[in-house]
Design a protein around this ligand. Structure first.
Ligand code: HEC
Length: 270
C-alpha cells in the first residue's frame, strides 16, 4: 500500500479538480480531504443504518447555520448555495457529490478546508450548524437534537428512495475479477461501486472489508490499469479477485473505471 501522505499533491492537482466533469480521462491523484469511504450500502446491511431522513439536526441549529452561512460561506458559494457550479452546497448537485456516503465525509471537507484559505476562522461547532442548514436546504427533516461531530460517521446521506447507483465521475471502490489480455482489461462479476473519497490509495480496513464481499454482477472496462501500481503487469493478476478504486465513467456502451489503485484479494475469483 502506498502512503497517501507521502504523495505530493500539487497546484496541478488542485486546478485539475475544478473542471470535474472533464477530469475522468486524466490519470491523476484525485483526492478530497476525507479518507472516508461509504459503507457498501448497496451490498449489505444498509437497512439498519441511520440516515439523514431520521431527524438528525434541530431546527434551531439550522437557523444558526443559516446566519453562519450568510456570514462565512455565501460570499463564494452564493446566497442560493449553488452559484459555484463546481461546488454546489444544495440541490441535486450537492446530493450527487455527497450521497451514498456518511455525513463525516462532507463535514471533513468543510472542517479541513472551508472557508477556503481561512478554515480556522470558523469554529467546528459553527460548521456543524452550517451542515444542519445544508441538510435543511435539501429538505431533510429536523429532529429534536443538534447534529454532533461524533455521530456523523454513523449517518448516511441518501435520497428519499434510499441508496442509488453513483453518478458518473464519482470516485469509487469496487470488488471483482480481473479479466483480460494485452491492453484489454475488465473487472467482471463486480460489486456495485461504493463511494470513495480517495482513489489512488487504500487502507488496510478497506482491503479487509473488500475481502469479505461476495461477487457481483457488473462489468467495467478498465482504463489506465497499468499505472495503478509501480511496474504493474496486469497479466500477473489475471483471474485474481481484486479491489479496485477509481473514477466511474458512465457510458451508453458500457461503464468504465479509470483506475487509481488496485489490490489483489485472492489469486482465484468466483
Ligand atoms: C473564499 C471562497 C470560499 C468560501 C468563503 C467558502 N468556500 Fe467552500 N469552496 C470554495 C471553492 C473554490 C470550492 C471548490 C474547491 C474545493 O473543493 O476545494 C469549495 C468547495 C466547498 C465544498 C465541497 C463542494 C463539493 O461538492 O465538492 C464544500 C462542502 C464547501 N465548499 C463548503 C463551504 C462552507 C460550509 C463554507 C462556509 C463555512 C465555505 N465553503 C466557504 C470556496 C469557498
Amino acid at each position: 500500500m502506498r502512503d497517501i501522505t507521502s504523495r505530493s499533491y500539487s497546484v496541478r492537482t488542485f486546478l485539475l479538480r475544478f473542471p470535474r466533469r472533464d477530469t475522468a480521462l486524466i490519470p491523476m491523484p484525485t483526492r478530497f480531504a476525507s479518507v472516508t469511504i461509504a459503507a457498501l450500502l448497496l451490498s449489505a446491511g444498509a437497512a439498519s443504518a441511520a440516515t439523514v431522513w431520521d431527524g438528525v439536526y434541530s431546527a434551531a441549529q439550522a437557523d444558526r447555520g443559516k446566519a453562519a452561512f450568510a456570514a462565512s460561506c455565501a460570499g463564494c458559494h452564493g446566497d442560493d448555495m449553488t452559484s459555484m457550479a463546481e461546488a454546489p452546497l444544495s440541490g441535486q448537485g450537492f446530493m450527487d457529490m455527497w450521497r451514498e456516503d456518511s455525513l463525516d465525509a462532507v463535514f471533513d471537507k468543510i472542517r479541513s478546508s472551508m472557508p477556503l484559505n481561512s478554515a480556522s476562522s470558523v469554529p467546528d461547532n459553527t460548521k456543524l450548524d452550517v451542515l444542519a442548514f445544508i441538510l435543511k436546504s435539501i429538505d431533510m427533516p429536523a429532529g429534536s437534537k443538534d447534529l454532533a461531530a461524533d455521530g456523523l460517521a454513523a449517518i448516511q446521506l441518501v435520497g428519499k428512495d434510499g441508496p442509488k447507483p453513483l453518478p458518473t465521475n464519482s470516485l469509487t471502490l469496487t470488488v471483482g475479477c480481473l479479466t483480460g489480455t494485452g491492453d484489454n482489461w475488465s473487472l467482471t462479476k463486480a460489486t456495485e461501486p461504493a463511494r470513495a473519497r480517495v482513489s489512488d490509495a487504500t487502507t488496510p480496513e478497506e482491503v479487509k472489508k473488500s475481502g469479505t464481499l461476495a461477487a457481483g454482477t457488473q462489468t467495467f472496462r478498465l482504463v489506465n490499469l497499468e499505472d495503478a501500481r509501480p511496474n504493474f503487469k496486469p497479466a500477473d493478476w489475471q483471474g485474481h479477485k481484486v479491489q479496485l478504486k477509481g473514477t466511474l465513467v458512465r457510458q451508453r456502451n458500457g461503464d468504465r473505471l479509470t483506475v487509481g489503485s488496485i489490490e489483489t484479494l485472492a489469486n482465484t475469483c468466483q
